[in-house]
Design a protein around this ligand. Structure first.
Ligand code: MSP
Length: 654
């Protein structure tokens, strides 16, 4: 029986339409699913939608409709888009499905019976945008970023999951099975969350119910509470798993939801699969470990400008704008340009340049030239190579080595590197054509054997490319496959069966253009015409007004105009900037968490508003005397407040 391979995307929130971020995640999973099928594995590919919780309830209320109506309207947009893109998901789950709801309630009851879920009074800080209670440490971080206003104090009875009890097992999981989190550089941030600086005893129990909303799965036996949306959504991987495919091999997520998948999720599963007699302070039993996902693969974000492309910011790139250039082309671009785990800025210009270079000039040109030469010089038949000079042997070796190198990089989730390597081979073939000059070889019958070798190699390289790249570019590779005169579907080939020494079949068919060169200016003008008007960020997700305050209380805060005299980055921090600020009365050192939004040289000479009578506090060992006022949207991006030009350092702001 072939190896089973269960792979998932996150379950997408249905508070708006799919954008490039969702498309990227889903395409990545589709590529992996197709790739593993071609490795001969028995794949189960699951995707779906996350339909409960505060975000959905709020969006529905803003639109004046019931949450049910909203989710029924939006969920099909995701499902239809994946169908239209011919993705190969085996199942699309919605968290409002009855069978899912039943499983969540059943697991809730089971974990309660085990003592891993308990009810208690909670009083503490709550982040509205994350829909999560926050620890003191997280609250301090948010304060340092000027995001304290995103927190409110909440007091309510809540059901808690005994997360703290799983600290020991989680740490063992990360230490002994570091491949649980990929890429490896993301593991550290997960470890830091569980045990900051290796210190134990920081992991707090997790609130997993809400009374502040009604749109959710009722807590069994206590229907005033609904189940927290993450406890609900994570369990959909289980409720929608096909029999015999558990556990997931790869769960692809964005870096923003890594903590939920790499900490909460394995802890829920440990609780589900452990026996009551297991010792939580002892070894993590292998029997339990085997029920956990093999790895959580976290990718970075597509950015537009320097902010995340996101539905709530109104800077969306709609999938149809990418698909306009062909599904294979869009898929190739996303996989080739994104280094897994890192962020990447998206520009239409970069997108078109990549496609022109690699698909029109690169593969497309090589294929049409090679196939045309096979027609012209050998009437379409594919010759058998008989003699090898040095250049022929070098290119033969390169073609021979390409599959193993490509597959190894794919195995390491280095998708961009795999494609880069394959396209390196294609470039070498271009040079091989230039050097061997088949058009001159054809003029003299004595060169016929050499010409056979050249043409045969080109054919084999193209056949290999059609097979290796098929998961990334299914329709383009099928076209290439057919142009090469090969029967059936390329996706039905198995990588292990590629044998380059086997005589090639043929005859080739007429070359079919794989990718037409894009004229950038015309295409950009067309796209700009199609862009929906951008909504100002402030229209969306505006935080509630805070409590009324009186004038005297407000005046206690001494706000002054300041002038930034110097600015430099604090070593080892990508966020903190140390500044010298003239506030009229004196020059002060202020450390601000604005380093992701501003470069030091954008700050020097700038006038700002300073909270001047704030008690000094140390940030990474540097004492900071005051704070700069910033506006913020619902991301963590700060926008410095700019006073009018003629306001002088020391002026009071009131
Ligand atoms: N509903 C949760 C997931 C629950 S899984 C049990 C959720 N949904 S989401 O719709 O907000 O986001 C889904 C995925 O899209 C996340 O992995 C997120 O990282 C990804 N992307 C959203 N915007 C993105 C970019 N701009 N770039 C790349 N991916 C990003 O979170």
């Amino acid at each position: 029986m072939s190896k089973r391979f269960f792979i998932t995307t996150p379950m997408y929130y249905v508070n708006d339409q799919p954008h490039i971020g969702h498309t990227y995640t889903t395409v990545l999973v589709d590529v992996l699913a197709r790739h593993h099928r071609m490795l001969g594995e028995d794949v189960y590919f699951l995707t779906g939608t996350d339909e409960h919780g505060q975000k959905i309830e709020k969006t529905a209320a803003e639109r004046g409709i019931k949450p049910r109506q909203l989710v029924d309207e939006v969920a099909p947009n995701f499902e239809n888009l994946w169908k239209q893109m011919e993705l190969t998901q085996d199942h699309f789950v919605r968290t409002t499905h009855k069978s899912h709801i039943e499983l969540v309630q059943r697991r809730f009851r089971e974990l309660s019976a085990k003592g891993d879920i308990y009810k208690a009074e909670y009083e503490g800080l709550y982040s509205v945008s994350d829909e999560a209670f926050v620890t003191e440490m997280q609250a301090k971080e948010l304060q340092a970023q000027g995001l304290a206003h995103t927190l409110t104090t909440l007091k309510e009875a809540s059901y808690f999951f005994r997360l703290s009890a799983y600290e020991n097992w989680l740490i063992q999981l990360f230490d002994r099975y570091p491949e649980f989190v990929k890429p490896d550089f993301r593991l550290n941030e997960v470890k830091q969350f569980v045990a900051p600086n290796g210190e134990r005893g920081n992991l707090q129990d997790l609130s997993i119910s809400r009374t502040s909303i009604t749109w959710g799965i009722p807590v069994p036996g206590d229907e005033e509470h609904v189940v927290y949306v993450w406890f609900d959504a994570l369990l959909s991987y289980m409720s929608a798993c096909r029999d015999g495919y558990w556990p997931p091999q790869i769960q692809v997520v964005g870096k923003d939801i890594l903590r939920f998948h790499a900490v909460y999720w394995p802890a829920f599963l440990m609780s589900i699969f452990r026996k009551e007699s297991d010792d939580l302070n002892g070894e993590l039993p292998e029997r339990v470990r085997q029920q956990l996902p093999q790895s959580i693969l976290a990718h970075g974000w597509w950015l537009m400008g320097d902010t995340k492309i996101s539905k709530s910011l109104g800077n969306i790139v709609r999938p149809r704008e990418l698909l306009h250039f062909g599904h294979s082309a869009a898929r190739y671009f996303m996989l080739r340009d994104m280094q897994i785990g890192h962020d990447r800025s998206f520009t239409f210009e970069g997108f078109m340049e990549r496609l022109n270079a690699d698909l029109a000039n690169g593969l497309g040109n090589l294929a049409s030239r090679s196939i045309s030469m096979l027609h012209k010089y050998r009437s379409g038949a594919v010759p058998v190579p008989a003699a090898w000079d040095t250049a022929d042997s070098e290119i033969k070796d390169l073609i021979g080595n390409t599959p193993s190198e490509y597959l190894a990089r794919m195995e390491q989730n280095n998708f961009s590197g795999a494609l880069e390597y394959l396209w390196g081979t294609l470039r070498a073939l271009d040079s091989y054509i230039v050097k061997s000059e088949p058009w001159n070889l054809a003029k003299d019958a004595s060169n016929s054997v050499k010409l056979d070798t050249v043409l045969a190699q080109l054919y084999r390289a193209l056949r290999m490319t059609a097979v290796l790249a098929a998961p990334v570019m299914p329709d383009m590779c099928q076209l290439l496959w057919e142009s090469l005169g090969l029967p059936g579907r390329v996706e039905n080939q198995r990588f292990a069966d590629i044998n380059f020494d086997e005589p090639a079949p043929g005859p080739v068919k007429d070359p079919r253009p794989l990718f037409a060169r894009i004229d950038k200016d015309t295409a950009i003008a067309e796209i700009e015409k199609q862009q929906p008007p951008q909504l100002p960020a402030s229209k969306l997700d505006v935080p509630e007004l805070r409590e009324t305050t009186d004038y005297d209380t407000f005046c206690k805060t001494d706000l002054r105009i300041g002038l930034i005299l110097e600015a430099e980055r604090v070593p080892k921090s990508d966020k903190l900037i140390r500044m010298k600020v003239d506030i009229g009365l004196e020059k002060r050192t202020i450390v601000g968490g604005i380093g992701k939004a501003y470069e030091p040289d954008q700050l020097t000479g700038r006038k700002v508003v300073v909270v001047a009578n704030l008690a000094p506090r140390k940030l990474m060992g540097i004492e900071s005397h005051g704070m700069l006022l910033c506006a913020s949207d619902n991301t963590s991006k700060p926008y410095l407040i700019a006073p009018s030009d003629d306001a002088q350092p020391g002026f009071i702001v009131k």
